[in-house]
Structure formats: structure tokens, C-alpha cells
Write a protein that binds this ligand. Structure first.
Ligand SMILES: O=C(O)c1ccccc1NCC(=O)[C@H](O)[C@H](O)COP(=O)(O)O
Length: 256
């Protein structure tokens, strides 16, 4: 894959991740039946919350010194349906241990949130107990379908992330069952909260019947109002992780 084509902050992160994994070996194991626990958690009648364990980010810098398991438990008490755990170490203060701690201590499904550039990362996600992994069309391009097939072969759900209409077409053609629309432009870090509703509507108009997730930039309950009845789920990280009281912040964001 040509990661030199990716501009800005995203390009820097992805090229570093490729250096981490370029020599990794992926031996395709026997297929595992699909559990679809992550997908099921997002498929209820109400807007579901995926709450993210996020200690730092390029846009915020340091966010919080979180104990990943305590953070996940607080999010779940506050009403989250699933947990996202960053495993990227340099810019997001994530780690494999953070994901393992979370998955060994909670029943709810967890997403491995990373910049997947090698199929070995999907096998790791499964071994570390994740129910799902993030696949970014901005990173994988036309190879998204290939990585999606590997994820499903391993019994993982995949959150296939897009930011614009061209990426949405790639996600649809790849056969994604769960599509996330990021409000954040990961090359410039600018956030536009109208991006997710616009592309989620476009996905529905194109006949997509799977799960649709609005991602990034949400911090107040009124910002979730336009998503209700439109998106199936919302992914929130910084505002909850940096709140100081994760359970209360989660409950307040959900309008409780
Ligand atoms: O969050 C960043 O600054 C960032 C920068 C570059 C690549 C990815 C980045 N974040 C990944 C995400 O999309 C978010 O972690 C996730 O959607 C939650 O967003 P938020 O609630 O705004 O923390």
C-alpha cells in the first residue's frame, strides 16, 4: 500500500504504524463464526453510545491519565453500549494492555481503535479480546474489502470509517455491515458536525441497511439530537475521557 499518498497528521501516524508492522507475519487461521456482538450492541431502537478510552490525541494533546478498565466500567454505568479502546501508543497513549484489561473485565463488546495497516493487527485484536476493529477507508482505500474479509473471517465485526462521499462508495462496495462517518477531517483535524448526518442520509438513500455510526466532536446532549432517528450509534472520546467524572458525563451526554 502507498501510505505516502496520505497527507497531514493521518499520514504521519499511518506511516509510523506501517513501520511497526511491515515485518509482521499473518498466517490465516481457520475461519471463526461471526459473533456480531458489537453490531448487536448498536442495533437497538435507541441511539447507542460507543464510549472511547482515549488518553491523548493529536488534536487535544494530553486528555487524561485513565485506568482503562475503570474508565470502561464508568462508561457502561453511565449508559454506553460498547467501548472503544485506542491501542496506538505514540499519539493516543494507547496500548495492547489497555485493550486486554478492558476486554478481560467487562461483558460489553470492545472495539480495537487503531490505524490498521496489516492483517496481523486484526488477529491481534481478536487475541486481545476485541469484538470489532476499526478499518479506515482513508488508510486502506480500495483494499478495504480485503481487510473487511479478513476481519469477518476472524469472527470480528468491523467499523468501516469514511469521511466523504467517495470513501462512502468504497465502504458500500466493500460490503461493510457497520459504517462510521467521521466529522473530523483527519488530515487537518477540523471538525464539522454536519458531516455525519449528511453522509448517513446519503448511505440510507443508497439503500444501505446496516449500522451507521456518527463519530467525533460531540460534547453536549443537544448535539446528539439531530442523530436520533437517523444514526444507530455515536462514537465519543475526548469530551467523556477528559471530563473528570466519566460516569456522570456519559449519563449527561445521553440526556439522563
Ligand atoms: O482525535 C484526533 O485528534 C485524531 C487525530 C488523527 C487521527 C484520528 C484522530 N481521532 C480518531 C477519532 O476519530 C476519534 O478518536 C473518535 O472518533 C472520537 O472522537 P472525539 O470524541 O472527538 O474524541
Amino acid at each position: 500500500m502507498d501510505f505516502d499518498r496520505i497527507p497531514g497528521v493521518l499520514g504521519e501516524i499511518v506511516r509510523a504504524r506501517w513501520n511497526d508492522y511491515r515485518d509482521a507475519v499473518f498466517e490465516r487461521p481457520q475461519a471463526t463464526g461471526a459473533a456480531r456482538r458489537f453490531e448487536a450492541a448498536l442495533s437497538g431502537p435507541e441511539l447507542a453510545l460507543i464510549a472511547e478510552v482515549k488518553g491523548a490525541s493529536p488534536s487535544q494533546g494530553f486528555i487524561a491519565d485513565l485506568d482503562p478498565l475503570e474508565a470502561a466500567r464508568a462508561y457502561l454505568r453511565g449508559g454506553a453500549a460498547a467501548i472503544s479502546v485506542l491501542t496506538e501508543p505514540r499519539r493516543f497513549a494507547g496500548s495492547p494492555m489497555a485493550l486486554k484489561r478492558v476486554t478481560s473485565g467487562i461483558e460489553a463488546p470492545a472495539l480495537r481503535k487503531d490505524f490498521v495497516v496489516h492483517p496481523a493487527m486484526l488477529l491481534e485484536a481478536r487475541e486481545w479480546g476485541a469484538s470489532a476493529a476499526l478499518l479506515m477507508v482513508s488508510v486502506l482505500g480500495e483494499r478495504t474489502a480485503e481487510f473487511l474479509e479478513v476481519a469477518h473471517h476472524l469472527g470480528l465485526d468491523a467499523l468501516v470509517e469514511v469521511h466523504d462521499a467517495d470513501e462512502l462508495e468504497i465502504a458500500l462496495a466493500a460490503g461493510a455491515r457497520i459504517i462510521g462517518v467521521n466529522n473530523r477531517d483527519l488530515t487537518t483535524l477540523e471538525i464539522h458536525l454536519d458531516n455525519a448526518p449528511r453522509l448517513i442520509r446519503a448511505a440510507r438513500e443508497r439503500g444501505f441497511e446496516g449500522v451507521l455510526v456518527a463519530e467525533s466532536g460531540y460534547s453536549r446532549p443537544e448535539q446528539l439530537a439531530p442523530l436520533r432517528g437517523l444514526a444507530d450509534a455515536v462514537l465519543v472520546g475526548s469530551s467523556l475521557a477528559g471530563s473528570g467524572d466519566l460516569e456522570a458525563a456519559t449519563r449527561t451526554l445521553l440526556g439522563g
